[in-house]
Structures are given as structure tokens and as C-alpha cells.
Design a protein around this ligand. Sequence first.
Ligand code: CTP
Ligand code: ZN
Length: 156
Amino acid sequence: MSDKIKKKLKLKVSAISEGTVIDHIPSEVLFEVISILELDKTTNMITFGANLDSEKQGRKAIIKVSNQFFANDDINRIALIAPNAKLNIIRDYEVVEKKVVEVPDQVIGIVKCFNPKCITNNEEVLTSFKVVQKSPLALKCKYCEKITHEHQMVIK
Ligand code: CTP
Ligand code: ZN
């Protein structure tokens, strides 16, 4: 098989000319990532693929957003659910920069507090946590001070 055909087979979602490619997202969290990055509200062109074969991870998802570049703080919000995601910054069809995501020190929104009595589960209050441990994740609620552990994490 020629190299050209191999490359075409590898490219499951069309290349973009300018923008951001978010690769190595676990397929099961694709739509949460779209929502956290507010891509459901953008007018930029988005293409994505899910359940693609990956060498590193069983099945992965990929999102390509044209003409949009993210601030590190925004991108790090997806680290909680897609810790191995890789960002590729594309300019004039070339990958000019690669970035990894990092778990932030503070998490606002996204995750529910594990404590059913917490104010954030009973009133219209946005959750807010201090990250007390990164791996496995442990989040301390600013309101009730209870710790939500990674295995208890529910996305809001
Ligand atoms: N990509 C794209 N449009 C471009 C250039 C690249 O959509 N104009 C995508 C590729 O399809 C790939 C990602 O950006 O999903 C990274 O590109 P590249 O670094 O060339 O691929 P790999 O070497 O496979 O990257 P890695 O091993 O770091 O995942
Ligand atoms: Zn709480």
C-alpha cells in the first residue's frame, strides 16, 4: 500500500487549515468535552469523530475546531475527564504547537459535590472545589468542605 493511501486511511476526519485539534479524548466523554468548551454555542466549523481506533487507548474521539484557539485555563477544564487529551494548534494546515492538558488547582462548575446535603445540590449555586490531590483526583468542596474522590465524580 502506498504512503499516500496509508495517510488517507489514517485521516478519519478531514484536515483543517486553521484552528485546534483535540485528540485522544476517551469516546465516552466526547459530548461532555463539547459542552465544557462551550462548542455547542460556537459558530465556528466543528468536525468530530468518535469510537476511532487508537494505538494508545482502546477507542478515542477527536474534535477539530476551525479558527478557534483556547486559553490554557479553558482547556485545562477538560483535564478532569480527558486527562490524556492532546491539543494541536494548526496554522496554514501545519501543526505549529502541541499541548497537553493539566489538572487545574481549582475547579468551578463541571463536577457535582458528592455530599447530598451540600448547598450546591439544593440551591442554584455553582460548585467550587480546591484540588487537593491530582491522581487519583480528590476535590474539596468550598461550601461543605467534603472531599469528592475520582471514583465518586459525577459531571453536572
Ligand atoms: N491535523 C488536522 N489538520 C491539519 C494537520 C493535522 O486535522 N492540517 C490533525 C491530524 O489529523 C492529527 C492531529 O492533528 O489528528 C495531529 O497531527 P500530527 O501531529 O501530524 O499527527 P500525529 O503525528 O499522529 O500526532 P500524535 O502522534 O501527536 O497524536
Ligand atoms: Zn459540597
